[in-house]
Design a protein around this ligand. Structure first.
Ligand code: ZN
Length: 424
């Protein structure tokens, strides 16, 4: 018998439960992700010590920027984190910033206005990369046909690549990343995977046309940018008492920045994937990650988080219509996509084995500050064994059982089955 909604264990501290891949609970009933959070808290202190480290980081950045036009690249999306980093870099630390933006042609109007407002007010230059509209849609379509959850990762990889392209072009040695484990959380390994080979192979198998204008982080280029150009990605928000609600109010009052109503809603494909595709097809609700992070960092109580997660995710059906139209799916095609059995990255060619083999190289890159500890641990240390695939499907099954209130489901169909849809 499969466990019902009542039987799924939930962490005593955050709101993660047994449906999260690779979760375990200790004797106090606290999950391994909460313990990871505590390790990060210890490794990245805030307050006086955080400030001291942040100032030391800024000194290094200024030193590396001497004789150049810019000190640091900051990726901008119009969202709260990246907008705040622009303010922090320029106003608080006097850094010479080059903003970088990847436009997947699905930006929301509010996001574009936010970017313009911030850059104008702070007098910051922008490096922007617009992908060929039709090419982006073909890649997006391939990921939907492949039935994997990483539908929005081509945009994530492109964004990461654009940061490096902007830095390499102007010989900038530092990139600021807006991630904060205190507000965004730690995405459990197994939910999503991304690398350049994965994108290329998925597109080759399920799509058509070449990848030409979509920036992709090929391993040889990435290694060159780190080892030869010495470009480092750093996360300043780790060292700050970063409170999301306060920051939003501050940005609105100071810059006329607008809140667009939810994390990832600055972009319509991100909104579609997070509010419709992931929850309805894979039972993945990213709010678990964000709300758990806010509980762990004391910005929300556990009861408030449980209350919020119980609210249904809002979704504007007009966006589904836009996606179907632009990607070239009929209503019947779409039904086939949604009912096709889910697949997993471990069933497709990726760089994962190469990352595992290059573990000593990446350890060195991590120790020298070029890659994050979470990258090193997730991509190089954690083995891509059959257990990873089993875990993904087991947690998927648990989430499905939960949404149907404990009614036993039939076994999942063979994940290798392909969706049969005519080309547009
Ligand atoms: Zn927990």
């Amino acid at each position: 018998m499969t466990p019902s909604v009542m039987e799924v264990q939930r962490c005593a501290r955050c709101i993660y439960d047994a449906t999260i891949p690779r979760i375990s609970f200790d004797a106090e009933g606290v999950c391994n992700y909460c313990r990871q959070h505590d390790q990060l808290e210890a490794a990245y202190p805030t307050g006086v010590e955080g400030r001291r480290r942040l100032e030391a980081m800024v000194d290094d950045i200024k030193r590396a920027g001497r004789g150049k036009r810019y000190d640091v690249v900051i990726g901008v999306s119009g969202g709260c984190d990246s907008s705040y980093m622009l303010h922090l870099a320029k106003k608080a630390f006097g850094l010479r910033v080059l903003a970088a933006h990847f436009d997947n042609t699905y930006n929301s109007r509010v996001a574009v206005e936010n970017i313009q407002r911030m850059l104008e007010a702070l007098d910051i230059d922008l490096y922007t990369h617009v992908v060929d509209n039709a090419e982006y849609q073909r890649v997006f379509r391939s990921f939907l046909l492949a039935s994997v959850p990483e539908t929005d990762t081509p945009a994530d990889i492109a964004l990461a690549t654009v940061h490096y392209l902007a830095a390499a072009k102007h010989r900038i040695r530092y990139i600021w990343e807006g991630h904060s484990f205190r507000t965004e959380g730690i995405s459990p390994p197994g939910w999503f995977y991304m690398d350049a080979r994965y994108i290329q192979r998925i597109h080759k198998r399920y799509g058509d046309g070449k990848i030409e204008t979509l920036p992709v982080l090929w391993l040889h280029r990435w290694l060159k940018w780190m080892a030869i150009d010495h470009i480092k990605k750093v996360r300043p928000l780790y060292l700050l008492d970063y409170n999301k609600e306060e920051t939003k109010r501050f940005l609105a009052n100071t810059y006329g920045w607008q809140w667009y109503g939810g994390h990832h809603m600055e972009n319509r494909t991100a909104y579609f994937v997070n509010n419709y595709y992931l929850p309805r097809k894979f039972g993945i609700d990213l709010r678990y990650s964000e709300l758990s992070a806010l509980v762990r960092s004391g910005q929300l109580t556990r009861d408030e988080a449980l209350d919020r997660i119980a609210q249904p995710k809002p979704f504007d059906e007009g966006i589904l219509d836009e996606i179907k139209r632009r990607v070239g799916f009929s209503d019947a095609d779409w039904d086939a996509i949604m009912s096709a059995p889910p697949s997993h990255y471990t069933l497709h060619p990726t760089y994962k084995r190469t990352f595992e083999q290059l573990r000593p190289v990446f350890l060195l890159l991590y120790k020298s500050g070029y890659v994050t500890r979470s990258f090193y641990e997730k991509f190089c240390v954690l083995k891509d064994d059959p257990k990873a695939t089993e875990d993904f499907f087991a947690s998927l099954q648990l989430r499905r059982d939960r949404t149907s209130s404990g009614v036993t489901q039939t076994a999942l169909p063979d994940p290798a089955t392909r969706v049969q849809i005519a080309k547009p």
